[in-house]
Design a protein around this ligand. Structure first.
Ligand code: NAP
Length: 291
């Protein structure tokens, strides 16, 4: 007889968000769980902002083992956790929580996810000054990643001097130190010409605005062919930003690997077993094609 998918012993994992219906994580995580033959199930939990405390209490009561956190709860969850990692402190947001004897611990696996495609590069990171476009939530994971790699400084490019200032000030309290050079968009003409690693953390170019790019064709023509352009966006793939960079001969990285590896890091934290990266990648790609 075929083993039932859910038994009396099946352990619960999941994701909280509002909304949560768009999440790629259930398909990706359940594909990995099935591949590993683990007795877990990963479920989407829609949780309204004023119900977080009740949801966490419920998770504690019913034995949920771990869960992801998506918009808008990534900061709001923090007071309900007994411990958070340096990555989560630096980013100021938690996307993965797991049960401990004391309560719930949390981290931000976007940092690991962002770094995954960069780990294979044979670069002396102490010599690299990345350029980061955008200063929102994802930019914080990117900055934390570059701090972990050992980059001494980076250019942080935003459209609002006030928001840039707030970002730089808040980073002074971060456990992951790196010098941030705030730059407004008008500095880009000069910066692109010396770029070695250019990261787009803005949503410009994301589906359905697939012809948009944070940079003009003219600006991108200044990009050295030795540079790497990294776009956090995973739909479409490639984005217009990456197409422009490829036309200059630059190497390109899209956001798919970050998404896969943040999920893989979460699964490994919950089940204590290496994640099947290729299975998760395939599940994600199939879901993206079906969008
Ligand atoms: P966010 O917190 O809203 O930040 C977006 C940033 O982009 C802000 O700094 C914003 O500037 C800037 N921006 C937006 N529109 C702009 C425009 N027209 N011109 C100049 N700057 C603009 O969003 P987020 O959570 O950081 O997400 C950003 C992107 O990263 C999204 O596309 C998301 O899908 C992607 N992402 C991917 C992964 C992955 O796993 N691959 C993970 C996380 C995020 P202001 O601050 O001035 O408004």
């Amino acid at each position: 007889m075929r083993k039932p998918l859910i038994s009396g012993k099946t352990k619960l994992l999941g994701i909280i968000g509002d909304p949560v219906t768009h999440s790629m994580s259930p398909v990706m995580q359940n594909a990995a769980i099935a591949h590993l033959g683990l007795d877990y199930i990963y479920v989407p939990f829609p949780v309204l902002p004023d119900r977080i405390e009740a949801a966490i209490a419920g998770f504690t009561a019913i034995g949920v083992q771990g869960f992801n956190i998506t918009i808008p709860h990534k900061q709001a969850i923090i007071p309900y956790l007994t411990e958070i990692s340096d990555e989560a402190k630096a980013v100021g947001a938690v996307n993965t929580a797991w049960r401990t004897e004391q309560g719930w611990s949390g981290t931000n696996t976007d940092v690991i996810g962002f770094l995954a495609p960069l780990r294979s590069l044979d670069w002396d990171w102490r010599q690299v000054t990345p350029i980061v476009l955008g200063n929102g939530g994802a930019a914080r994971a990117v900055v934390a990643g570059f701090a972990k790699l050992g980059c001494p400084k980076l250019h942080l490019v935003g459209r609002s001097s006030e928001k840039l200032e707030q970002f730089v000030t808040s980073w002074q309290r971060s456990p992951l130190q790196i010098e941030l050079i705030p730059r407004t968009w008008d500095a880009l003409d000069e910066l692109i010409a010396i770029a070695s690693l250019l990261v787009n953390t803005t949503p410009i170019g994301m589906h359905p605005h697939t012809q948009a790019s944070p940079l003009s064709d003219e600006q991108m023509k200044r990009l050295p062919s030795s540079a790497i352009a990294y776009d956090l966006i995973y739909t479409p793939s490639p984005t217009q930003f990456l197409r422009q960079a490829a036309a200059q001969g630059a190497q390109t990285i899209d956001g798919t690997e970050m998404l896969v590896h943040q999920g893989a890091a979460a699964l490994e934290q919950w089940v204590g077993h290496p994640a099947p990266i290729e299975i998760m990648r395939q599940a994600l790609q199939q879901q993206l094609v079906a969008l």
